[in-house]
Design a protein around this ligand. Structure first.
Ligand SMILES: C[S@@+](CC[C@H](N)C(=O)[O-])C[C@H]1O[C@@H](n2cnc3c(N)ncnc32)[C@H](O)[C@@H]1O
Length: 223
């Protein structure tokens, strides 16, 4: 590794750590990613970051190969489009990207894989550009974390997923115990199940999701 590469790796690790710190506004988080966009992919290759590959595998589990080309998928917190790239490799062609950082979105655009871009944050509030019951899959890889997607945004993910469609959330496992989600996110997920909003298909731990840190992926089917 050259001196420059070492410096860049440190920059990305430090800034990603900063991005997931408590107490930051969503605009501050967005600006951190605007500053990372140029070097993000270099340090997010599958040998270091398994998230996009593992999330794409889960999308394939719920949509048979014959139906993938037409399946409408929203990549929430799409970043530079790493999940979109893995989905395209596996036969998905009808992809939309939602991402608040313009610079990350510009990088995703250069891949020529998304048909629509939504330059927004997702939250508990309805996205004005997205009608209810739109998507076959709403997937987010690495979008959950402190200062990132709030727990209550699962309501909005549910709203925009079609009946019988899927919500797939993949994240660092330890974030489940951070104050923003601890005793909140999984309680909300269980409540969705108990009140018949969705059916839990899977909760799977992913060893070494990012470097040595484990991840977790949840798969739900909208009732
Ligand atoms: C670690 S990156 C993950 C990007 C990509 N999905 C990947 O796996 O490489 C986290 C992304 O979440 C986005 N983000 C943060 N808060 C968000 C929110 N409330 N809604 C949607 N995206 C958000 C950031 O702008 C950033 O691009």
């Amino acid at each position: 590794m050259s001196g420059n590469e070492v410096d860049n790796e440190k920059v990305i690790c430090d800034r990603v750590k900063t991005a997931y710190k408590a107490g930051q506004t969503k605009e501050e988080v967005r600006d951190i990613y605007n500053g990372l966009a140029d070097i993000y992919d270099t340090y997010s290759q599958p040998d270091q970051y398994q998230g996009p590959v593992q999330t794409a595998i889960e999308c394939c589990e719920v949509i048979p190969e014959a139906n993938r080309e037409g399946a409408l998928v929203l990549d929430v917190a799409a970043g530079t489009g790493l999940l979109g790239k893995e989905l395209q490799l596996r036969g998905f062609r009808n992809l939309h990207a939602l991402e608040p950082s313009t610079k990350m979105l510009e990088k995703a655009n250069t891949r020529n894989i998304y048909k629509k871009f939504i330059n927004e944050f997702i939250s508990e509030e309805a996205l004005v550009q997205v009608a209810a019951d739109t998507y076959d899959i709403v997937a987010s890889c690495g979008g959950m974390g402190q200062g990132h997607i709030p727990a209550g945004a699962v309501w909005e993910m549910l709203r925009i997923t079609r009946k019988g469609g899927f919500i797939i959330l993949a994240m660092r496992e330890e974030y489940l115990r951070h104050p923003q989600y601890d005793g909140i996110l999984e309680v909300l997920m269980e409540n969705m199940e108990e009140t018949g909003k969705w059916k839990t298909i899977k909760k799977r731990i992913i060893a070494k999701w990012f470097m040595k840190m484990d991840g977790v992926v949840f798969v739900f089917e909208k009732a």
